[in-house]
Design a binder for this molecule. Structure first.
Ligand code: PMP
Length: 416
């Protein structure tokens, strides 16, 4: 209030900010601040419209954005708890699970990863990580930090794991958890998951799945596929702002949690506490943390839109648009990074950068002239590919045409 008034007065050019502040502070006997308010905060925010067709976040539909502007409720108010209950049911639908311990972590996909790990894995536990891109590496790094004995089953980026490879590796390492990524957004592969649950069950190992870049865009049957812990993120196919991470634990995972020898090392991610806040036990719901009210509104609306469209239709829309994009890119002479068509991820397409072309020049041209985001590679694919995301609200034939037109123009202009 004071600073607003001061800005007005200074803009009239009568007195300087420092002088005014000094007069104000002296007259009210206040101590003067040493650090001035940053001038940038007196400017309006600069938020241009961009088509976010990188690996995420994707654009939110107006309905989801409108939800974030709804009035706040208290985090324990009955209306808000009902919204959380709706979210839980929506996530059970999205994951295709009846798991009671299904909730949204207040944080991005990484928070889902951490929550999965800290609840199940104890220091010294052997954890086997399927690593064929950045996300296996990232999970291994998080697991090392909590003292897990991490073993890595490695494959080159762009290739998928077979159940035989995983079975062999599980027999060799005898882990209590095997981790795999369904939608490897750094390489653009869609890892088939059928059969992995059976392999894990046979060897008394829990199956962890990262579905951050894939949930809603490709089929997921968490219960039928024997997945024990699965997490995702809000900002991809669900089309919500980043900040919430759906997660679900099977009964076997809950049993492992209940039989821990040590306390869950994170209070914030402790599923015993979070489960209560989300109504997953039979005790009265207690305050655990202040649920991010507006973020949960958006997640509720994103899940409502998914339910209205239906999972089957959403999967079909993603595979159709991705195929259209892949065909048009190949017609232009581009090579896709993932050779096997059957395991190309519809939500994130990786395109090989042709020799002699700088990926960043093209991406910058497209951003500057079209306000369209196309990203470069990540981890092992850095400098080798562009990553084009078609997720949720952005996954339309019209957007495929816009991307192709922008790419065509960038290539012809920059090769002149
Ligand atoms: N896993 C996968 C497969 C991802 O694509 C991402 C985000 N790109 C993450 C995990 C991490 O999610 P976040 O950036 O929301 O923390």
């Amino acid at each position: 209030m004071f600073t607003q008034r001061v800005t007005k007065i200074t803009s009239w050019g009568r007195l300087g900010y420092q002088q005014l502040r000094s007069i104000f502070c002296t007259s009210f006997n206040l101590q003067t601040c040493n650090i001035d308010p940053p001038p940038g905060l007196f400017e309006p925010m600069n938020v241009p419209h961009k088509l976010l067709t990188g690996p995420g976040p994707s654009n939110s539909p107006p309905r989801v954005l409108a939800a974030s502007a709804l009035p706040l409720l208290g985090h324990m108010h009955p209306e808000f708890l009902k919204i959380m209950d709706d979210i839980k049911l929506g996530m059970q639908y999205a994951f295709q699970t009846k798991n009671n311990l299904t909730l949204a972590i207040s944080g991005t996909g990484h928070a889902g990863m951490e929550a999965a790990l800290v609840n199940i894995v104890e220091p010294g536990d052997v954890l086997l990580v399927g690593s064929n891109g950045i996300w296996g590496q990232r999970l291994a790094s998080l697991a090392e930090r909590i003292g897990a004995d991490v073993r890595v089953l490695k494959k080159p980026a762009g290739e998928v794991f077979t159940t035989q490879e995983v079975s062999q590796s599980i027999q060799e390492h005898k882990p209590c958890v095997f981790f795999i990524t369904q939608g490897e957004s750094s390489s653009g592969i869609h890892q088939p998951l059928e059969g992995f649950g059976d392999v894990c069950k046979k060897h008394d190992c829990l199956l962890f799945v990262d579905s951050v870049a894939s949930l809603g865009g490709v089929p997921m049957f968490a219960d039928d596929w024997g997945i024990d812990v699965i997490y995702s993120g809000s900002q991809k196919v669900l089309g919500c702002p980043p900040g919430t991470a759906p997660i679900s634990f099977s009964q076997k995972a809950c049993d492992k949690l209940a039989s821990r020898k040590t306390k869950v090392p994170s209070y914030y991610f402790d599923m015993n506490e979070l489960g209560n806040y989300w109504g997953a036990d039979d005790q009265p719901r207690r305050y655990h943390h202040t649920g991010p009210i507006s973020s949960f509104y958006t997640l509720r609306e994103g899940l409502a839109m998914l339910a209205e469209e239906s999972l089957e239709n959403c999967w079909t829309r993603h595979s159709k648009c991705a195929l259209q994009l892949h065909n048009q890119l190949e017609n232009m002479g581009f090579e896709l990074f993932v050779k096997d068509k059957a395991v190309r991820l519809p939500t994130v397409t990786t395109v090989k950068v042709p020799d002699g072309v700088n990926w960043k020049d093209i991406a910058d041209f497209i951003m500057k002239n079209y306000k369209i985001e196309i990203s470069g590679g990540l981890g092992d694919t850095t400098g080798k590919v562009w990553r084009i995301g078609l997720m949720g609200y952005n996954c339309t034939e019209e957007n495929v045409s816009r991307i192709i037109e922008a790419l065509n123009n960038a290539l012809s202009t920059l090769s002149k």
